[in-house]
Design a protein around this ligand. Structure first.
Ligand SMILES: C[S@@+](CC[C@H](N)C(=O)[O-])C[C@H]1O[C@@H](n2cnc3c(N)ncnc32)[C@H](O)[C@@H]1O
Ligand SMILES: [Zn+2]
Length: 453
């Protein structure tokens, strides 16, 4: 559609990467219409030398132009190799109503777009760059197999059947890694890459415990049936997706979901903006990825294997970060909360849901003893209170807002079947009006907003 090679001289060459906050705009006549636009202000940062209209606001496109305008989100690489230009984060077509997603096959480039935002989880050098080497493309042209290589410590991370394993080598599965090394022996040799060596697993006991537990759920092992299908979880998930979704008003925004599990609360949000999601459970990530691919959602999102106790991302990378029932599984929630603020852009929001440390919690615990609904494997802080969040964020330039949810125990909600959904909505509204109750719901819903400057 675009004669990119012809465009390049106008906009310079080299390795310029469009930051996530900007959009690369082109129309079918790119010589006349080519800009890089700042997403927040919608102002043109850089235009081509052609006879393009003097446009300083995207809303000034005519309705005919709006049908054809292609926006490559930040991350597009402007380089001499025209192929690289297509490494855009995602492509949107501009319609009268604003930016909407279309043309999925063209946009299955998420791993390529994500690479500039990643930091090596092994050496953790903030100035280290990750390089993507692609071995095999999937049917839509997306990266199916390949490696990410750290420019600093040379540790490499396999990508196999669409899923990146972005964890320190100790957390790799040795059998799978050996098979990968055999399959791609020649390519790896050519890149001078040896099989990464594991260090002491003692450093990762918490992560390994969590992974084993959630792998069992993801594969539906005996005694670990999928709890996400029970009416109570369906009802709360519906509510949380709605709450998380209402704040996602900009389709150009990037959201990170930490501890995404099988993607039940990540995939629905891929219709609203770009979603990068990861989890320590390899089996959960694989399920999430396959499910999202089957539903045609991978144009605006990707799932990878990662450890949330260290966030392997460049600072100020995301507009939103979600931790939905994830912080209480981590060994260091306080540090992670602070690190989330580092990777958020100014004004970005960390949205979280956690089991609330409330005086009434004991009723729930007792009911779970009598009639367990799932097996809990929490980290160091199984319950999190508003006060803990305030203490953990003390001194950070943030605003904390919170409310509570779930005033009726799951054992009471489950028999209601699909009516559990309105029951949770209704009881939440009702109880939150009663001052003595409103802080004591079973779930703490909080947001930590990063200051603008
Ligand atoms: C209660 S589940 C929540 C899943 C998902 N957010 C949802 O609401 O459906 C907690 C998730 O945290 C993940 N987890 C535990 N420790 C983790 C770690 N160190 N890094 C990343 N994810 C982790 C688990 O594998 C599990 O999928
Ligand atoms: Zn490294």
């Amino acid at each position: 559609m675009l004669n990119l090679a012809a465009l390049l001289p106008d906009i310079g060459s080299g390795d310029e990467v469009i930051p996530p906050s900007q959009t690369f705009v082109s129309t079918p006549n790119p010589r006349r219409h080519l800009w890089i636009v700042d997403d927040a202000t919608r102002k043109i940062m850089m235009g081509c030398k052609g006879r393009g209209k003097a446009i300083d606001d995207l809303s000034r496109f005519s309705s005919r132009e709006k049908k054809d305008v292609v926006l490559f989100k930040g991350g597009a690489v402007l380089a001499n190799d025209p192929k690289l230009v297509l490494h855009a984060r995602s492509t949107y077509y501009l319609h009268d109503a604003g930016l909407t997603e279309e043309n999925r096959t063209e946009r299955e480039n998420m791993l390529r777009s994500l690479t500039p935002l990643l930091l090596c989880p092994t050496c953790r050098r903030p100035d280290g760059k990750m390089r993507l080497e692609e071995f095999r493309a999937g049917e839509d042209g997306h990266v199916s197999d390949g490696v990410l290589i750290c420019s600093n410590c040379r540790t490499w991370y396999p990508i196999e059947r669409d899923v990146l394993e972005f964890v320190p080598p100790t957390l790799f599965d040795d059998t799978d890694l050996s098979a990968f090394c055999n399959r791609y022996a020649e390519r790896l040799d050519g890149l001078n890459l040896k099989k990464p060596a594991a260090s002491s697993s003692e450093l990762y006991v918490d992560q390994i415990k969590q992974r084993e537990h959630f792998d069992l759920y993801a594969e539906g092992a005996p005694g670990f049936s999928d709890y996400t299908t029970i009416p109570f979880i369906q009802a709360t998930s519906t509510r949380y997706v709605r709450l998380a979704g209402t704040r996602l008003t900009d389709p150009g925004a990037w959201l990170l979901d930490i501890g995404c599990g099988t993607g039940a609360l990540s995939s629905p949000l891929m219709k609203k903006c770009t979603v990068i999601a990861f989890d320590v459970s390899r089996k959960a990530v694989r399920r999430a990825n396959e499910d999202a691919r089957a539903r045609g959602l991978l144009g605006t999102g990707t799932f990878f294997v990662g450890d949330g106790s260290y966030l392997p991302f460049v600072s100020s990378s995301f507009d939103h970060v979600n931790t939905l029932g994830a912080l209480h599984h981590l060994p260091n929630p306080k540090e992670v909360i602070a690190d989330i603020q580092r990777i958020l852009k100014p004004g970005g929001v960390h949205f979280a849901i956690e089991n609330n440390k409330s005086a009434f919690r004991k009723i729930f615990d007792l009911l779970m003893m009598i009639r367990p609904l799932w097996i809990e494997e929490a980290g160091t802080h199984p319950l999190i209170s508003r006060q803990m969040v305030l203490d953990w964020t003390k001194g950070l330039p943030v605003r904390v807002d919170s409310e509570t949810s779930v005033f009726l125990p799951p054992q009471l909600l489950n028999p209601l079947g699909k009516f559990a959904i309105p029951a949770v909505e209704l009881s939440d509204r009702l109880f939150s009006l009663i001052p003595i109750w409103n802080r004591h719901g079973g779930q703490l819903i909080f947001s930590i907003t990063k200051a603008e400057k």
